[in-house]
Ligand binder design. Structure first.
Ligand code: ZN
Length: 288
């Protein structure tokens, strides 16, 4: 099997429990065999605990606007908007918003996001780029799930204005926390996480598709319950079907651990579980 980013031969990387991932020795990209995971499962990005989710939404919003500051009244597009909370936040700030989400049934979606008529119930590869492009296209924990990373970043570029920025949040397979927790690393809990980028593989992918000024950093605040959830995964024999954070007490535990985790993340940036990439579309490209 060859690396989906750089086409080098992948090698098996064994985890503590005897399972294995496929690792690219050249760009440190990691691919994961889906096995028997259900094809249509989606990450409950803003579902679950309303308290935790408000904090998460706020931190993600801040992470995004820090990564790609916007002029007033910009045009913003979200890949995989889920319940639309983040996109609604942009709309409330006076920006024009659009987005796509393949499995949205329009149930529980924030109505605000439909106001500009730029919402598509398709994957990004099936979005018809509007005459006027976007200044920011972003995907929060999307690229680790998609079928074809090349189509995703290429389609995103077709939506961007010249000088527009793409921002992606994704788990970093090259993080120290992934190595230390091994099979217990929380980001492995979701079976639809079919790949984990490294700084090198994410940069290579975007440069290959014509993006310029590609910058990758490790987010301090994202996935704040990762440490607690990974510890629980280490010490529990069989893992609960609804995930290790399904019970209230486990969420309380993960929340109590979070401040210590933040200190660790501050001191050792490599520990942080999330990569944030920003990249520029240098010019408008011909639509498909
Ligand atoms: Zn590679």
């Amino acid at each position: 099997m060859s690396c989906e980013v750089c086409q080098s031969a992948l090698v098996a990387q064994s985890l503590r429990d005897g399972s294995s991932l496929s690792f690219c020795p050249k760009c440190s990209h990691i691919e994961r065999d889906l096995g028997s995971a259900p094809a249509n499962h989606r990450d409950a990005a803003y579902g679950g605990d309303p308290g935790l989710d408000r904090v998460r939404l706020e931190l993600t919003w801040r992470g995004l606007v820090d990564a790609a500051p916007l002029e007033p009244k910009s045009r913003v597009f979200e890949i995989g908007f889920g319940a639309g909370a983040l996109l609604a936040r942009f709309a409330q700030s006076g920006h024009t918003v659009g987005g796509c989400d393949l499995d949205q049934l329009k149930v529980g979606v924030n109505e605000t996001i439909y106001a500009d008529g730029l919402v598509f119930n398709t994957g990004i590869e099936d979005v018809t780029p509007p005459a006027e492009g976007f200044d920011l296209v972003y995907g929060i924990h999307v690229i680790e799930h998609v079928v074809d990373i090349h189509k995703t970043v290429e389609s995103a570029r077709q939506l961007l204005n010249p000088g527009g920025r793409l921002v992606l949040f994704t788990p970093g397979g090259d993080s120290l926390s992934a190595k230390v927790f091994s099979d217990a690393w929380w980001l492995l809990e979701d079976p639809t996480h079919v790949r984990f980028f490294s700084i090198r593989s994410l940069t290579a992918l975007l440069e290959r598709h014509g993006y310029t000024d590609v910058r990758v950093s490790r987010a301090l605040y994202d996935n704040l319950t990762m440490e607690g959830a990974s510890i629980l995964r280490m010490f529990r024999g069989k893992r609960p079907a609804g995930g290790v954070l399904a019970s209230t007490w486990s969420r309380i535990f993960a929340t109590l651990i979070a401040p210590a985790a933040l200190v660790l993340r501050f001191l050792i940036p490599r520990w942080r579980p999330t990569l944030v990439v920003t990249a520029t579309n240098p010019h408008r490209i011909a639509t498909k």
